[in-house]
Each structure stands twice: as structure tokens, then as C-alpha cells.
Write a protein that binds this ligand. Structure first.
Ligand code: UDX
Length: 444
């Protein structure tokens, strides 16, 4: 089948490469010429395991192409996927300007029936706006051409996106027209062979499903973080509590890891956007607001612990930081807890020596050269001469460190673990002070 994907960001690229891998003829359209040039050379602008290999294989096979020409895009695909960004605007609502500008391009160049598929995470009611924008543009041209608008949200996890796309838990399709549901079924069939994983519903329910999934997951995390803070004060260990509740199949072990807060491009933005949408419907989303507030507080927790440990005076201190990405297996630092921590440390006059297996370049891009940030070449080098170690990302290589080495490198041998990676008793055996999340020990 012929597909066009508008937006070669995270979602668009993974979607395009995976559909091409299944034998479809995919054309990706992006306004950024530099990015399109890079992609034509087979270079991925983002770090995602397996993506570059898929790009190159399908480029070579001629099934995957890139262009900046929207007209060519509209001509190419029966399916017109919209996978452009929906960044938060000033009040946290999703900004639809990119989505609607693609809708306008489609309206301008449409010459035969097309299925327009919104893949970007968009507020409920956006499909109607996309339809209205295409209709308005067609009206300007005095053209009457049939098209459908379908909602098909993505549920990809960064770092595991290819696998998530190839073996989806479910594919949600929102449409008010049974014919388009059949077309999308045929398109997704190679990925859902063994079981029908397609959940078809009306457009608005589909749009809300995406927010519901992310808000539910974010709620689980904030709930556990709230409990962790309580456990800390009550002298309980949240890790034992986690195992205790996870064994109940109604609760489950997944996604109940306490930590230094959730980050990334989705949870913070989507929880906020849903809360703002609620406001627009004159409804106060008390739980969503609390989920967001708990997370903001959690992101400051490691700084608060460090500050208490150093008696409120961090000026002139050097903190080693392991992990910059918002989670392992990505170089993405959007809304990462590392940023909240570093920025608070700098504001308090401290220096940071950071190490991350893949996000170093991204950190340099965001913060540039600055005297209070050293990007170290290894986890060990980050420790050199530092006063304490803070861990914010649970990269595999941080899981079994040489604690003797940590002790000998650090000025004041204290580890602040934002991901509860170690057994506290084990770490303390090396003569290190160890402060984790919700494990009954607090610096005073
Ligand atoms: C998320 C959703 O999982 C995905 O379905 C959706 O399409 C996009 O948003 P992603 O942002 O890639 O994916 O990251 P995810 O793995 O969900 O982690 C989000 C954040 O939650 C990370 O900062 C992670 O560290 C944190 N987290 C996750 C916890 O603190 N505890 C947990 O138990 C799980």
C-alpha cells in the first residue's frame, strides 16, 4: 500500500520505517530540509535502537523515501498520516498549529480520495478540526473531493519503539466510517497476525484513549512516589511494599517503580494537556492536577536530600551525576529529572560532573559549554573529585558498580539514588552513605 507520513520526528519515523519494513511504499514529508537530507543518507536524527538499520534497509529497497514536498506527499499515499508535534503552549494545552497546517496542505493538494490519519497525540475534538480545515481549504479551491479523518494514536515507548510497533498490545482506531476501519485493518494486518488486536471505536473515544493510557500510567507512578515519601517518614521500605502489592494481579508489578519523577515527551505534557482540556470543559480534574503536582515535587527530591546532607550549603560543591536521559535506552532529555536536579544545583552554586552512555551530545546541545558542567567520558571519570554521587537514570551499566571505587573517588562518600538500584545494606557495607527513595533513611 502507499502511505504518506507527515512529520519525521520520533513517531513519524518509527511509523514510516516499520510500515516500509512490512512491504509498504512509504513517503515521509518533513519541512526541515536538513533533516530530510540526513534521512536520505540513512542517518537517524534520533537515537532509537534498531531504527537506523530499518531506515537503511528500506531506503535501499526503495520502499522508504523522504521529501519536503507536501504536494508530492498528498499525491503519494492513500493513507495520509499526521505525525507532527503537538508541543504544549503557554498554559499547557496542546498546540495544534503543526497538525492544522498539515491539514491545510492536504486540503490544498487533494485530488482523489484519501484517508487522513491523526497519529499525533491530540485533544479530543481535533479530528473534527482537521476535517474542518481540509473542508475550508477545499472550499477555497471550489473543489469537492471525498476524504475521511481517522484517529489512530500511538503507544510507543522510547527505546523499545520498533518492537512496540511490530508487536503492538493493541491498535486503537477511531472512525465513524466502517469502510476506513476495514482499510486500516488491512494496513495493520501484518502486525496483528496471531490475534485481532484492533480496537475500533468512535473518533472522540479514540482520541481520549491515548490521554487515558498515559494519564493512568503517570498516576501509578505518582501514587508510588507519594507512598515512597510516606514510607520514608514512617521508617518503611517502599521496595518491600512494591513487591507486596505487585503480587496482587489486580495491581501487578508493572509501572509501580518509585523514583525521582517521570519525564519524557509524553507523560508531563499529556497529563497537563488533559487537565487543561478538562478546564475548558468547566471541569476541575483534581486527580490529574495532583498527579502533576506530586511529580513536580518528586523531581526536586534528590536536590532537597543533597541540600540537607550538605547542611543547606551546596556552593562550591561538586556533584557527580549518573544519567541524563529521562530513562535508559534513549538520548531524550525532555522533561528529564536530571535537568531539574542540575539546574537546582547550579542555582545553589554547585558544579556537576555528568555521565550518560548516550545523552552526552544532547546535554551539550541543551546547555552548551559552561564552567559548572563537566561531561565526563565514563561513570568513573564523573566521580573524580566529586563530593557526592546522584543517580537519576537506571542504565544497565550503573546497576553493579565497583563500590570500593566509588568510595575512593568521592570526597564525602554518599550516594543519592533516584532509582532505587541497590540493596541499602549492601552499599553501606562499603562505608558509603546511601540515600534512596522511600527506604526509611533521610539525611538530616
Ligand atoms: C510513554 C508511554 O509508556 C507510551 O505508551 C506512550 O506512547 C508515550 O509515553 P515513554 O515516554 O517512552 O512512553 O516512557 P516510559 O517508559 O513510559 O517512561 C516514562 C517515565 O516514567 C520515565 O521517566 C520513567 O523513568 C518513569 N517511570 C516509569 C517511573 O518513574 N516508574 C515506573 O514504574 C515506570
Amino acid at each position: 500500500m502507499h502511505l504518506t507520513i507527515f512529520g519525521s520526528g520520533y513517531v513519524g519515523l518509527v511509523t514510516g520505517a516499520c510500515f516500509a519494513e512490512a512491504g509498504n511504499d512509504v513517503l515521509c514529508v518533513d519541512v526541515d530540509e536538513r533533516k530530510v537530507e540526513m534521512l536520505r543518507r540513512g542517518e537517524s536524527p534520533i537515537y532509537e535502537p534498531g531504527l537506523e538499520e530499518l531506515l537503511n534497509r528500506n531506503l535501499a529497497a526503495g520502499r522508504l523515501n523522504f521529501t519536503t514536498d507536501a504536494a508530492e506527499g498528498v499525491r503519494h499515499g492513500l493513507f495520509q498520516f499526521i505525525a507532527v508535534g503537538t508541543p504544549p503552549d503557554e498554559d499547557g494545552s496542546a498546540d495544534l498549529k503543526y497538525v492544522l497546517s498539515v491539514a491545510e496542505s492536504i486540503g490544498r493538494h487533494l485530488s482523489e480520495y484519501r484517508v487522513v490519519v491523526t497519529k499525533s497525540t491530540v485533544p479530543v475534538g481535533t479530528a473534527d478540526k482537521v476535517r474542518a480545515r481540509i473542508d475550508a481549504t477545499l472550499a477555497e479551491r471550489h473543489a469537492q473531493i471525498e476524504f475521511d479523518v481517522v484517529s489512530n494514536p500511538e503507544f510507543l515507548k522510547e527505546g523499545a519503539a520498533i518492537n512496540d510497533f511490530m508487536k503492538p498490545d493493541r491498535i486503537v482506531v477511531g472512525t465513524d466510517n466502517p469502510r476506513t476501519a476495514e482499510l486500516l485493518k488491512a494496513l495493520y494486518d501484518p502486525f496483528t497476525r496471531n490475534r485481532d488486536r484492533m480496537v475500533v471505536m468512535d473518533v472522540r473515544s479514540s482520541e481520549l484513549t491515548k490521554y487515558a493510557a498515559n494519564a493512568m500510567l503517570a498516576t501509578k507512578i505518582s501514587f508510588m512516589n507519594e507512598l515512597a515519601n510516606l514510607a520514608e517518614r514512617m521508617g518503611a521500605d517502599i521496595e518491600k511494599v512494591r513487591l507486596g502489592i505487585g503480587s496482587d494481579p489486580r495491581i501487578g508489578y508493572h509501572f509501580i517503580y518509585p523514583g525521582c519523577g517521570y519525564g519524557g515527551s509524553c507523560f508531563p505534557k499529556d497529563v497537563q494537556a488533559l487537565a487543561r482540556s478538562a478546564q475548558e470543559h468547566a471541569f476541575e480534574a483534581k486527580l490529574l492536577n495532583a498527579v502533576e503536582a506530586v511529580n513536580l515535587r518528586q523531581k526536586s527530591l534528590l536536590f532537597d536530600k543533597l541540600s540537607r546532607y550538605f547542611g543547606g550549603d551546596l556552593a562550591g560543591k561538586t556533584i557527580a551525576l549518573w544519567g541524563l536521559a529521562f530513562k535508559p535506552n534513549t538520548d531524550d532529555m525532555r522533561a528529564a529529572p536530571s535537568r531539574t536536579l542540575m539546574e537546582a544545583l547550579w542555582a545553589a552554586g554547585a558544579k556537576v560532573r555528568a555521565y550518560d552512555p548516550v545523552a552526552m551530545q544532547e546535554a551539550r546541545r541543551i546547555y552548551g559549554e559552561r564552567a559548572d558542567l563537566v561531561l565526563a567520558k565514563s561513570a568513573k571519570e564523573a566521580l573524580s573529585g566529586a563530593d557526592a554521587l546522584a543517580i537519576v537514570t537506571e542504565w544497565q551499566e550503573f546497576r553493579s558498580p565497583d563500590f570500593d571505587m566509588i568510595k575512593s573517588e568521592l570526597g564525602r562518600p554518599a550516594v543519592f539514588d533516584g532509582r532505587n538500584l541497590y540493596d541499602p545494606a549492601f552499599v553501606r557495607r562499603f562505608g558509603l552513605k546511601y540515600y534512596a527513595i522511600g527506604r526509611g533513611d533521610n539525611p538530616c
